[in-house]
Design a protein around this ligand. Structure first.
Ligand code: GLN
Length: 521
């Protein structure tokens, strides 16, 4: 927060990496109650009001402070219990409101789940609770995680701290903006087609989509089950890796959960060796389609990698050209099926028909008409159509074949290179309303992030500089189960592209200052 005028101790506390906060907690320099209170104060200062960031749908001050006090007491008591504390104990976190939590509402940013309280915790939430991380609250998203701008939230859009007139990306705009605006050092997101990585790129933060099945999705409200993955949002690759180590690992409650041991991701994020690395640039995602600013920063990144001793080669992934089309069929098909349960009878609010007889069908119809927003309805209709008899082979079946071809492109590429790199998003943060009425323009934001979900491979987005004052991100993709490589190369890029002014996350303008309305451009 080098540009911030305020120098009070609360600001000093919140403008640190999670790793540094954890260290200060360990050495007793600060307490978790101080740290948690500083974040709650920050949320109160910048999140609300007409021009606030609006990253949070729910803030849970009391619960967060109680957790913090418990951790502080254990630490103060010393001995074995203090020794046994998790490295992130006492470091606050926020949770995307698609992930269920006991004691805090879960809405999926939909009217359908307004006021709903989950009777159980998601496995990732259980893990962060067990680690003693105070949960500050639930973050905003596009309704049911459908969107790339957070504008599809039924509770109003989140603003990008870099420019409050622009979106932070989506669907996980709330988690990314909260990290960028110093409202929390860490957050959980979900990524079905890019919802952790693209908001990371648009807010100058780091976002990771783990290998499919490596982090339990138990308790994440399903969007498209063959694509969904929970992952970390953070300021640095190392911070993301620390959180990833905590949430990863086998979970018998998730049928797709891998049995693997958790790798030391944070160690990988501390590596800075580049020599011997063979890095592939995906030809299909390099050139046209990217804005000039994004393309320029990306080419700078490749130059920096070469200069540091990496071998950079172009890799052909011809099927990636069809990834967006395949994704919007597979995702919509699975979403239409997953969301069928929100009918006012089994799940969701209940709406009675305005007039006429009250039959089950008519209650379901009235509930779904009132409870879902336009984008959710669009996808349910698209998915239902794609799955209907007579169209199934032509649409869903073809999309699954494309998916196999994309997996083969990845396999062939990873026979040749250690990792692939692409720009995370073809554009920087766009203005509110710019793409809202044009679903295809909105969908095009995900062109680079979607292939990883279709193939199950891990990916990270790290900041690589600014274009016209707005953050740009690059994505590192690795083979399935090789998440450590994304952290290694992601951290290398993060350091190479940091620039003279230090890390990008520390340069975000003060949101309250930026909130002053600007005269028309
Ligand atoms: N933006 C993409 C979509 O709208 C991805 C969403 C996500 O990853 N949850 O489908």
């Amino acid at each position: 927060m080098s540009e911030h005028s305020s120098t009070d101790s609360g600001d000093d506390l919140i403008c640190l990496t999670a790793a540094r906060m954890a260290q200060k907690l360990r050495t007793g320099e600060i307490t978790s109650v101080e740290l948690t209170r500083a974040h709650l104060d920050r949320i109160a200062a910048v999140d609300g009001g007409d021009h606030g960031v609006h990253a949070f749908l729910h803030v849970s001050a009391e619960e967060a402070l109680a957790t913090a006090a418990e951790v502080d007491a254990v630490r103060a008591s010393g001995g074995a219990a203090a020794e046994a504390l998790h490295p992130l104990a006492g470091v606050p976190i926020a949770v995307k409101d698609l992930i269920v939590t006991v004691g805090q509402p879960t809405t999926a940013a939909s009217k359908m789940l307004d006021g709903w309280m989950s009777p159980y915790d998601a496995t990732v939430v259980t893990r962060i609770r067990e680690a003693g991380m105070p949960i500050l609250g639930k973050t905003n998203l596009d309704e049911f995680a459908m969107g790339s701008s957070s504008e599809h939230s039924a509770y109003g859009a989140t603003r990008n701290p870099w420019d409050l007139e622009r979106t932070p990306g989506g669907s996980g705009g709330g988690s990314a903006a909260a990290v960028a605006a110093f409202e929390t050092p860490l957050a959980l997101g979900t990524d079905t087609g890019g919802s952790i990585r693209q908001p990371g790129a648009l807010t100058g933060t780091v976002g990771t989509k783990p290998t499919y099945g490596s982090v339990s999705r138990y308790g994440a409200i399903a969007m498209a089950s063959s694509l969904d993955q929970i992952g970390p949002c953070a300021r640095t690759a190392e911070d993301a890796a620390l959180l990833h180590e905590l949430i990863a690992g086998h979970d018998p409650k998730d049928a797709t959960s891998l049995p693997d041991e958790v790798a030391p991701f944070a160690d990988a994020a501390r590596r800075d060796d580049v020599a011997g690395l063979r890095i592939g640039v995906v030809k299909q995602l390099r050139g046209e389609g990217n804005s000039d600013g994004v393309a320029a920063r990306f080419e700078d990144t490749l130059d920096a990698l070469r200069e540091a001793g990496a071998e950079v080669v172009e890799v052909d992934c011809p099927s990636f050209d069809y990834a967006l089309g395949a994704y919007y069929l597979i995702m919509a098909s699975e979403a239409s099926s997953n969301l069928a349960k929100f009918d006012g009878v089994r799940y969701g609010t209940r709406e009675l028909p305005e007039d006429g007889p009250v039959t089950i069908e008519r209650v379901m119809g009235a509930t779904r008409a009132a409870g879902f927003g336009d984008e959710v309805k669009r996808r349910i209709i698209l998915g239902t159509y794609a799955l209907s008899a007579g169209y199934y082979d032509a649409y869903y079946g073809s999309a699954q074949k494309v998916r196999t071809l994309i997996q083969r492109d990845f396999e062939a590429a990873f026979d040749d290179v250690h990792v692939l790199v692409t720009p995370t998003s073809p554009v920087t943060a766009f203005r509110f309303g710019e793409k809202l009425d044009d679903p295809l323009a909105m969908y095009l934001n995900d062109v680079a992030t979607i292939p990883a979900n279709l193939a199950g491979v891990p990916g990270i987005s790290v900041p690589i500089g600014l274009a016209e004052g707005l953050p740009v991100g690059a994505q590192v993709l690795a083979p399935v189960r090789e998440d450590a490589r994304t952290y290694h190369v992601g951290a290398v890029i993060e350091r190479l592209m940091q620039g003279q002014d230090g890390p990008l996350w520390a340069q975000v303008p003060e949101p309250t200052a930026a909130a002053t309305p600007t005269s028309g451009e």
